[in-house]
Design a protein around this ligand. Sequence first.
Ligand SMILES: O=C(O)[C@H](O)COP(=O)(O)O
Length: 223
Amino acid sequence: MKLLLIRHGQTPGNVLGQLDTAHPGPGLTELGERQAEAMARSLANEQISALYASTLVRTQITAAPLSRLQNLEIDVLEGLHEIEAGALEKLTDHESHKRYMGTVFAWAAGDLDRRMPAGPDGHEFFERYDADIARIAERASRDGDSVVAAVVSHGAAIRTWTGLRAADADADFVARHILANTGIVAVEGDPDAGWKLIHWDGSPIGGLALADPTAEDPMGDAQ
Ligand SMILES: O=C(O)[C@H](O)COP(=O)(O)O
């Protein structure tokens, strides 16, 4: 199967560069709404059979235009939400960004014992994210090998999961590759055979007119 891991559209927190991971979280900015519409139009030629979002509302709002265009229900899964920032929540300074990204990229390198300050360790993150990816793959397997599922999730979660789980991507690769709002990472495979990275489009899908170079968003930074 093919998994399209899509980062949600821009939020007010992304503009400010906040580590913003709590529930229910903010909605989208006006640019974020346009990014979501453009994402749906850009995927018009993909035969998507299932659409998933996280429990944070920004992913559900981002998925809405694609849901309308391809007549797909949005299935909200518990484990797809952003990696909790713990004591770094809502902080915007460079040191806090570095601590957050340093922790999640250590997980992508396999150091799952590292803990976010007053937050989860890598085992906890991978347990919940893997469980939902397995659920998505299980449902897809009933529909055949060529199934495409779209998953609207989050910058750190997508980069970290891909860095550890996809062949052809590692911690160094995901640290060097940005994932802007509505950037897409495509992987192919299944939980048993493993996942292969087939495409990394770190810019907003639908064109650079939908990028915001002035936003402080840490996901727009390579390490
Ligand atoms: O790292 C971040 O930018 C915040 O934690 C939130 O990530 P998100 O905007 O992809 O949800």
